[in-house]
Design a protein around this ligand. Structure first.
Ligand code: URA
Length: 189
């Protein structure tokens, strides 16, 4: 309910210039009671067209990554740092991220996940720490606002550089163990 109301408000958002070029606002999808929330960077072309996060090639790889640890989209929530596609998939500007951060903050307040997983460097730098080094710190836990948080390589980065996949597999196993340790019945296989 609260999430639906927030979505309705977000779909009207004109807080930054990205509203001028978007086709759809990509609010987020998944289980409003999810204990695990994934945060990506921002919508790409396919996401902008469909209004859903991670529906392109990177999204297919994300689904495969989830399946490896017995997760799927119905059990988690997926959102992005910015809800509208930056033109030509450029990195979102700081002012755009700042303007958009209210929506993510409220999504987190409503969903109250036990675990947050940032996907990629930009999400980790914005959400965890500005000097976060994804190559060194992926798979490591920090507690942020009382929520266990980690970052994985972005699936698009794994498509570009498959040599990162074994490390990501290890990180996913770490995530699976944390889910077993800290999450409740929703995740019983
Ligand atoms: N990359 C992201 O970070 N988010 C999406 O929704 C799609 C691709």
């Amino acid at each position: 309910m609260a999430l639906d109301a927030l979505k309705k408000e977000c779909l009207e958002c004109r807080r930054c210039g990205l509203c001028e070029t978007r086709t759809n606002v990509v609010f987020g999808v998944g289980n409003p009671n999810a204990e695990v929330m994934f945060i990506g960077e921002g919508p790409g072309e396919q996401e902008d067209l469909k209004g859903e996060p991670f529906v392109g090639r990177a999204g297919k790889l994300l689904d495969d990554m989830l399946e490896l640890i017995d997760l799927d989209r119905s059990r988690i929530y997926i959102a992005n740092m910015v809800k509208c596609r930056p033109p030509k998939n450029r990195d979102p500007l700081n002012i755009e991220q700042e303007a958009c951060s209210v929506w993510l903050r409220r999504q987190i307040e409503i969903i109250r996940p036990k675990i947050i997983v940032c996907l990629g460097r930009i999400a980790a730098a914005t959400y965890i720490r500005p000097d976060f080094k994804i190559t060194k710190e992926h798979g490591q836990w920090t507690v942020k606002d009382g929520i266990m948080t980690m970052a994985l390589f972005h699936p698009a980065a794994l498509l570009r550089d498959p040599r990162r996949r074994p490390e990501t597999f290890e990180d996913l196993k770490t995530l699976q163990q944390a889910i077993r340790d800290y999450c409740t019945a929703t995740y019983d296989a």
